[in-house]
Design a protein. Structure first.
Length: 415
């Protein structure tokens, strides 16, 4: 069986047992760590896993052709991360990855029409799905955990405080452009807590409608407006630009244009903050299963790619922070929430969708905890002396915003 051959060649760590479609059992690894037993129910799945494990394992699990009989998916995928590291040192794999890198680079080209289709594939799913596992503000990006005991709600609020402090929202009526505004939570926070004048951009019709309805219900429609518009078509001048969780959909071919556009939209004394997932390694092709099933056109940059584009934009890097384990903790809580609402998710879609979403959340958590993914926050300006030269202003601003946000939250609870 080809899957048996692949696992025997590459699984050097962990304790993995495999039962194939003929009920034959094999064991791999050094028997360290949790025991994992998987069963393959079809011969064809084993063939696909051998020739393309990054795609084949996810497809076999999604289709129910690979099941976990001992241990859990998290343990199995942790073993797979070690497998990937071994595979990528093999000369043949290196040649195959070179071909794959070219193909995935082309796949990450995102002209305006294609960008709209890619966004719709993921973000225009039923809003009820996201209510199953996100916090009440629908923050669909890395939270900021001050300690491991924090709730998701607390950590997402701290994320907003952290970002707003870096944006230097130190006076009212600052014009803020939110590129990739999601369901409007961050934009409404900046309007309410920092008295900012916010314009949000999204390509999701679902998010666009919900964002404006939320602004109307909060009485903030004059202060926070959300447009169904591509950032490349945006005009005007802004004091601040924020982009959280959107840059992963830009594509490396468009990085220079993205930062040049940001430069043109930003006032001379303006500040921009880019919050994005990235690779803590050299440029790496996007996982083919994620591209096919979850984020078509998605691409996770390395800092070397991002900074090279920034250097040609006329913007100056004024601060850079790497968030390492924060997204792993965020994904853990999303995964646990989704698993607890499995029956509700199945009622919305079907069992196959639930397996796909479980694989997406679990594999992402493993990559942030054990592999080369991280989140970076890049602060940019047109001049090196626009923001204070010491980071004290961030901590002071964060504390001020935290106190105000918590007071505002208590006000709404008691209203």
């Amino acid at each position: 069986m080809l899957a048996n051959l692949m696992f025997r060649l590459v699984v050097k760590k962990g304790d993995l047992r495999l039962i194939d479609y003929k009920n034959r059992e094999y064991r791999f690894g050094d028997q360290s760590g949790p025991q994992v037993l998987i069963r393959l129910h079809s011969r064809w799945s084993g063939v696909k896993i051998f020739f393309n494990p990054k795609l084949g394992i996810g497809e076999a699990f999604t289709d129910g052709h690979l099941t976990i009989e001992e241990g859990c998916l998290l343990d199995f995928l942790t073993i797979c991360v070690e497998t990937r590291r071994f595979l990528e040192t093999h000369p043949l794999w290196s040649k195959l990855e070179t071909i794959a890198r070219v193909w995935r680079y082309l796949n990450a080209l995102n002209p305006v029409k294609r960008a709209r289709r890619n966004v719709a594939h993921h973000y225009d799913l039923s809003g009820k799905l996201y209510d199953l596992f996100l916090d009440s503000d629908r923050q669909y990006s890395c939270a900021y955990f001050r300690n491991a005991d924090q709730s998701l709600e607390e950590a997402q609020l701290d994320k907003k405080n952290h970002i707003a402090a870096k944006l230097l929202l130190d006076r009212p009526d600052l014009r803020v452009l939110d590129i990739g505004s999601g369901w409007g939570g961050l934009g409404l926070y900046m309007a309410r807590i920092a008295d900012a004048d916010v314009t949000g951009l999204t390509l999701s019709t679902e998010q666009h409608a919900i964002s404006n309805e939320r602004a109307r219900k909060a009485g903030l429609e004059r202060q926070a407006r959300f447009k169904l518009e591509d950032y490349r078509l945006c005009e005007g001048e802004y004091d601040r630009i924020i982009s959280v969780g959107m840059f992963e959909h830009v594509g490396p071919a468009h990085y220079k244009a993205f930062f040049r556009k940001a430069h043109d939209l930003l006032n001379d004394d303006g500040v921009m903050l880019l919050h994005s997932i990235g690779h803590a390694e050299p440029p790496t092709p996007t996982n083919p299963w994620i591209t096919k099933y979850v984020f078509p056109g998605g691409y996770l940059p390395s800092l070397s790619e991002v900074l090279a584009a920034v250097e040609k934009s006329g913007l100056f890097v004024t601060d850079l922070e790497i968030l390492r384990i924060h997204y792993a903790e965020t994904l853990r809580q999303w995964r646990e929430r989704f698993e607890a609402k499995h029956d509700e998710a199945r009622a919305l879609f079907d069992e196959r969708f639930c397996r796909m979403w479980e694989f997406y959340l679990t594999s992402s958590e493993v990559c942030f905890r054990s592999d080369g993914l991280m989140v970076f926050q890049l602060q940019l300006a047109k001049s090196r002396d626009i923001v204070p030269i010491c980071r004290d202003y961030m901590y002071k601003g964060e504390k001020r915003l935290q106190i105000k946000a918590l007071a505002e939250e208590e006000h709404w609870k008691s209203a």
